[in-house]
Design a protein around this ligand. Structure first.
Ligand SMILES: NC(=O)c1ccc[n+]([C@@H]2O[C@H](COP(=O)([O-])OP(=O)(O)OC[C@H]3O[C@@H](n4cnc5c(N)ncnc54)[C@H](O)[C@@H]3O)[C@@H](O)[C@H]2O)c1
Length: 258
């Protein structure tokens, strides 16, 4: 039980990678604050976790709202007295060619993927600085390391998360807080179910083709499961990773090596 008595805040924790992260921390003894804009989904997730870790709770949180982030951080610190780990996982992908891309979609991706990470990190960092300890883990992407066609704007947000991670790591190091990023590859979640449909429409391919093409490009030969990401996030939050900060760790089955 590596995380007994620890309090972990996970954004976008209602499903997919965020849910797997919440489950992993709960199994290892942490009280998990499951935050999601889908408040009902967060409640269901926290209820499920309660069977493993009774102290887990749900918080309705849209990371696009600065006031909402502050209110959630206040509620979590009121309920638990501290936040030991923040996992900035909430994120969205809107694929499309740059020449046709709608500015409103770009604004939305920046608001969630980049400003959402900033808002949560800023408010939680204030709590962690007062504690003199903490771990912040930002979910970037392989698209945060290499830009690819139809994902240029998503990549811009995920590259941004890596730069933010590095700068924040340097600022918070004197306070005993580490900040790292995790870069997943092709993970089987609802995000990819939707992406596969979007790519079929954009590329005139049949449904399933985009995902199959990518599966073939994975050196380890299988699509990634959310639990593959959760294991690395748990490692970064553990004592074993205490000397790591400012890093962006690929978890891509070998698709990304830089
Ligand atoms: N699935 C992949 O292949 C993949 C690969 C690399 C990186 N990622 C990143 O991992 C993270 C999780 O992805 P996923 O595949 O689990 O996605 P998903 O779409 O399956 O789940 C995302 C969760 O985030 C929540 N969310 C969305 N916008 C939000 C907001 N504004 N405020 C709060 N919650 C919000 C959703 O309600 C949902 O519960 C994202 O940051 C994504 O960019 C995913």
């Amino acid at each position: 039980m590596r995380f007994q008595e620890r309090v972990v805040m996970v954004t976008g924790g209602a499903r997919g990678i965020g849910l797997a992260i919440a489950q992993r921390f709960a199994r290892e003894g942490a009280a998990v604050a499951v935050c999601d804009k889908d408040g009902e989904g967060a409640r269901r997730a926290a209820e499920e976790l309660a069977g493993v870790q009774s102290a887990s709770r749900a918080y309705a949180l849209d990371v696009r709202s600065t006031d909402g982030v502050q209110a959630a951080v206040d509620a979590i610190t009121r309920d638990y007295g501290r936040i030991d780990v923040l996992v900035n996982n909430a994120g969205i992908t809107i694929p499309g060619p740059v020449v046709d891309f709608a500015e409103v979609d770009w604004d939305l991706m920046v608001d969630v993927n980049l400003k959402g990470v900033f808002r949560c990190a800023q408010r939680v960092a204030r709590v962690m600085v007062a504690q003199g300890s903490g771990r912040i883990i930002n979910i970037s992407s392989e698209s945060g390391k290499t830009g690819k066609p139809l994902f240029a704007l998503y990549a811009a947000t995920k590259f941004g998360v890596i730069g933010f991670t590095q700068g924040l790591a340097m600022e918070l190091a004197p306070h005993g807080i580490t900040v790292n990023a995790v870069c997943p590859g092709i993970v089987r979640t609802e995000m990819w179910t939707q992406l596969d449909k979007d790519l079929a429409r954009l590329q005139g391919s049949r449904e399933g083709e985009a995902l199959e093409l990518r599966r073939k490009s994975i050196p380890l030969g299988r699509l990634q499961e959310p639990a593959d990401v959760a294991g690395v996030v748990a490692f970064l939050a553990s004592e074993d990773a205490g000397y790591m900060t400012g890093q962006s760790v690929n978890v891509t089955g070998g698709r990304e090596v830089h």
